[in-house]
Design a protein around this ligand. Structure first.
Ligand code: ADP
Ligand code: MG
Length: 362
């Protein structure tokens, strides 16, 4: 079947490297984005997210590597022939033009005749819930409205690939949460292959089909939100996504132990000599009845207890001086009386929540 305008396309990035002097902005990056997928690049500032997006859009030429949209090699294709819509880290709207002028810009570049242009601009504005705003000036809009105009401009020519660079970072939290859901709905409706950039791990977990965690221009792990959170490939990923306590464990053949205690595991540990036990605060529980059979139990002393309304946070010190953080529910099942500072506790971790990660990286 020949592709129709608007159909999604898979993206294949192979061995792309981009250096600026001695900085490896991208270091041998390979990613396969599936057709229609919502894939997020997540990483700290300076990790290479924008550079990769600019390579996809065609504004940056990498030193080497290949880039395919579907079967077509596009590494030498100029941006306006790539069929890619993009929103930039700054909104990059034209302040002297109206909303309609901004949104219609990609269509004028493509020489779309006036009546059709007007109709498509209005349709794009309606899609981002700005119907009727066409004649407004950009400086009459709120931050959230400007962001919607930028999205409308990116989708107005119905590109098969949509790139968004930290589109919500300038918005306040409430609006950001709302726009996350809106952009996700928009993606479901339009179905274009989307590469989204953020440094906010919660935003990435909320929006993405899959997430590529980027650090120093390299992909640390590419997985579903759930796999990233529950089975991080290394300490960098585990640290970047969610909170955790890390405890160094000893390995002797198949026997993995913390201190003198052998750990019960539900899955084989990674093949590394240097292992860390990763404990998520909501997965370890207080066990008022003492050590639980079949689980990994830790004797500890409460050092901080913080009531937070819907939950409580507790820090507990182990006999060796390490501290474990625990978050518990105030309502529902498994609710226990709040401990006091100084109480002797038993913390319990089920084997399936006893996750070992390679401790040599990051
Ligand atoms: P991110 O978007 O993840 O914050 P960038 O892709 O913007 O990161 O940058 C990655 C690295 O490449 C940074 O160290 C940055 O300083 C460097 N870099 C990016 N663009 C340029 C450029 N045009 N000239 C020189 N260095 C650059
Ligand atoms: Mg950036």
């Amino acid at each position: 079947m020949t592709p129709q305008p608007g159909d999604a396309l898979p993206i294949s990035v192979r061995n792309v490297t981009k250096t600026y002097g001695s900085v490896h902005a991208l270091d041998d990056v390979s990613i396969e984005v599936e057709s229609g997928e919502f894939l997020t690049l997540l990483g700290p500032s300076g990790s290479g997210k924008t550079t990769l997006l600019m390579v996809l859009a065609g504004f940056t030429r990498p030193d080497c590597g290949s880039l395919k949209f579907g079967d077509r090699e596009v590494i030498r294709t100029p941006p306006h022939l790539r069929d890619v819509g993009m929103t930039f880290q700054s909104y990059a709207l034209f302040p002297h033009m109206t909303v309609a002028g901004n949104v219609g810009y990609p269509l004028r570049l493509r020489k779309v005749p006036k009546p059709e242009l007007d109709e498509r601009v209005e349709r794009a504005l309606e899609t981002v819930q700005l119907g009727g705003f066409g004649s407004r000036r950009i400086d009459q809009l709120s931050g959230g409205q400007k962001q919607r105009v930028a999205v409308a401009r990116a989708i107005v020519f119905e590109p098969r690939i949509l790139l968004m660079d930290e589109p919500l970072s300038a918005l306040d939290k409430k609006l950001r949460d709302q726009m996350q859901i809106e952009l996700r709905h928009l993606h479901e409706k339009l179905g274009m292959t989307t590469v989204y950039v953020t440094h906010d791990q919660r935003e990435a977990l909320t929006m993405s089909d899959r997430i590529a965690v980027v650090n120093h221009g390299r992909i640390m792990q590419l997985a579903t939100p759930r796999d990233l959170y529950e089975r991080p490939a290394n300490r960098f990923v585990a640290d970047f996504i969610g909170d955790s306590t890390f405890l160094r464990v000893d390995r002797r053949g198949d026997r993995i132990s913390y201190g003198d205690t052998a750990l019960r595991l539900a899955a084989p540990p990674p093949a590394a000599d240097n292992l860390l036990l990763m404990i998520r605060p909501e997965r370890i529980v207080l066990s008022p009845e003492g050590p639980r059979e079949g689980a990994n139990n830790f004797a500890a002393t409460a050092t901080d207890v913080v009531y937070q309304g819907d939950s409580f946070l507790l820090n507990a010190r182990l006999p060796d001086g390490n501290t474990i953080a625990l978050r518990g529910a105030m309502r529902g099942e498994n609710v226990v009386a709040l401990p006091r500072v100084g109480d002797a506790l038993t913390l319990s971790l089920a084997p399936e929540d006893t996750v070992l990660i390679d401790g040599s990286e990051g």
